[in-house]
Design a protein around this ligand. Sequence first.
Ligand SMILES: *[C@@H]1O[C@H](CO)[C@@H](O)[C@H](O)[C@H]1NC(C)=O
Ligand SMILES: *[C@@H]1O[C@H](CO)[C@@H](O)[C@H](O)[C@H]1NC(C)=O
Ligand SMILES: *[C@@H]1O[C@H](CO)[C@@H](O)[C@H](O)[C@H]1NC(C)=O
Ligand SMILES: *[C@@H]1O[C@H](CO)[C@@H](O)[C@H](O)[C@H]1NC(C)=O
Ligand SMILES: *[C@@H]1O[C@H](CO)[C@@H](O)[C@H](O)[C@H]1NC(C)=O
Ligand SMILES: *[C@@H]1O[C@H](CO)[C@@H](O)[C@H](O)[C@H]1NC(C)=O
Length: 442
Amino acid sequence: VERKRSEWLQRGMEIRKRVRMKNKDSVITAVQQQDYSASVWLRRRDKLEHSQQKCIVIFALVCCFAVLVALIFSAVDIWGEDEDGITEDNCSRNCRVVLVENIPEDISFLDNATSHLPLSAGLYSLLDKAIRAVEIVSPLWLLNSSDYESSFQPAARQGRALLSRLQGLKAKGVQLKISSGMIDSTELKILAKHYAEVHYVNMTALTKGNLHSSFWVVDRKHFYFGSASMDWRSLATRKELGVVVYDCSCLALDLHRVFSLYWGLQYKDFIPSFWSKRLFALYNRDEPLELTFNSTKAQAYISSSPDVFIPKDRSTDLEAISRVIQEARHFIYISITDYLPLLGSRTHRYWSRIDGLIREALILRKVRVRLLISFWEKTHPLTFNFIWSLRSLCMEQANCSLEAVNVLYQCLLMQRDGTVQGINHNRFMVTDRAIYLGELID
Ligand SMILES: *[C@@H]1O[C@H](CO)[C@@H](O)[C@H](O)[C@H]1NC(C)=O
Ligand SMILES: *[C@@H]1O[C@H](CO)[C@@H](O)[C@H](O)[C@H]1NC(C)=O
Ligand SMILES: *[C@@H]1O[C@H](CO)[C@@H](O)[C@H](O)[C@H]1NC(C)=O
Ligand SMILES: *[C@@H]1O[C@H](CO)[C@@H](O)[C@H](O)[C@H]1NC(C)=O
Ligand SMILES: *[C@@H]1O[C@H](CO)[C@@H](O)[C@H](O)[C@H]1NC(C)=O
Ligand SMILES: *[C@@H]1O[C@H](CO)[C@@H](O)[C@H](O)[C@H]1NC(C)=O
């Protein structure tokens, strides 16, 4: 192409030269050129018309196919599976809930501080209860720490212990189903050898993002939900918080639907425009599930994101977070890894949605806000600007209270070994009326 171009340029220059020298000659050249270009254009048009016809035929075929697929999707449950008789009409709403936590060994609280069930114990109890199927979604699978890592972090062995427990499910005749965004995990290969079914979700192709969800559903009856992923650090060096809920088939059924959505996306590189009816949410922000947690009446629903992954009736994370903040009357306590209301890693556009809601709560409703934020190697310097900005809003205002604390302990861990991420991985929000647990957008 380059050569052609320079040829043409040269020819053009020659023509211009000739124009200047002889007027007569130039007319002929011009006509010849016009002729040539006209014929080229005609030939092109011919081809275009031909390919347009082809296009129309292919388009019609694609349309037919799409309609067919849509019909099949709506009529048949593509992810049909054996029913175990529990439906949303006769599921259990009398749930037992246990908070589970991972607290790194280095952190010591006062002796009289409330302590919760360790995360590993909670997960083991779920595995003990499993009869039919354990379904797991996790962004990471890194349970087997290296010998080097376990040499200075004894708690890292818990990851290996959990891995061998998962392998042991086969002997109990329990099915292990895993949806994962991680393809090159040795752990998943080991588990797949031990009778686990692993479905790979290519989030790069689907949303250019990552799979951040992390939960377990056991027999569509019990579940775990929280910040920890299947990573030895979640059982050793990170601060994590989650809940294990027993005998709660109503909510477990709904969580199972989220699992089924990921499960069905195996090897897909596009997001289906029709979701099966079996993936529609059972409960949402406007129609939450009425249930009891340890005999206390409560309402609950499961939200999800991003928007393209949301079948009918499911609330988005942003909707859920907004409602929780807006309904708070007295206090909002938030624990997150990073507080950075910015979009885009380079452009840094201000993303005002949640930051704005917090400002409203502080200024207009005089709600007390406390932020617990990690201070770690990846803390963005702009974080401090946003915190200062929130703080200065409250200056000299009666009944306006913002407290922000950076969790510092991980620096100690960092010094020991740069590769160990000891961070406050917790993501939750507590208000006087609600709890939001899971993945705050980060
Ligand atoms: C729940 O209802 C379905 C039909 O709606 C029935 O097949 C199933 O046996 C019921 N399960 C229980 C545990 O009652
Ligand atoms: C709920 O009850 C169980 C025992 O039935 C208990 O272990 C658990 O701590 C209770 N949960 C809460 C949040 O109090
Ligand atoms: C815990 O113990 C410390 C000192 O032993 C005491 O000052 C504090 O009030 C106690 N906290 C609670 C919640 O009992
Ligand atoms: C975990 O890693 C260690 C060393 O890296 C290796 O010896 C061991 O076989 C691994 N365990 C499993 C279950 O793969
Ligand atoms: C995931 O999708 C991306 C983009 O379409 C592609 O480049 C990559 O090879 C896919 N990965 C796998 C494991 O299929
Ligand atoms: C601040 O709160 C106190 C107690 O809740 C109340 O009496 C007072 O009127 C409030 N002041 C303002 C300016 O809202």
